[in-house]
Write a protein that binds this ligand. Structure first.
Ligand SMILES: [Zn+2]
Length: 84
């Protein structure tokens, strides 16, 4: 607990867009509604406007998706979202 882990070895210190505080990396969980034992997924960002299908779900077939990283500011708790 409390230790910082750098997975990419970059000195890429992201700063809060609101108060310039240090950001702590995290991600947004995509839990899905069905299936209690289904593994959690990382929320994706998909290019382009959402098209809703017949069942109310967004059509994402064939679209490129990018994992969303959510950085939380240690000072003001502001969330900044990044797509890496
Ligand atoms: Zn902040």
């Amino acid at each position: 607990m409390g230790e910082r882990i750098y997975t990419h070895g970059m000195a890429d210190e992201r700063r809060c867009s609101r108060c310039e505080g240090a950001l702590h990396v995290g991600f947004l969980e995509d839990k899905g509604e069905r299936g209690s034992i289904a593994a959690s997924r990382v929320l994706s960002w998909i290019d382009g406007q959402a098209e809703t299908g017949a069942f109310g779900g967004a059509k994402v077939f064939g679209k490129e998706r990018h994992a969303v990283s959510a950085y939380r500011c240690g000072q003001c708790s502001h969330l900044d979202l990044f797509v890496d």
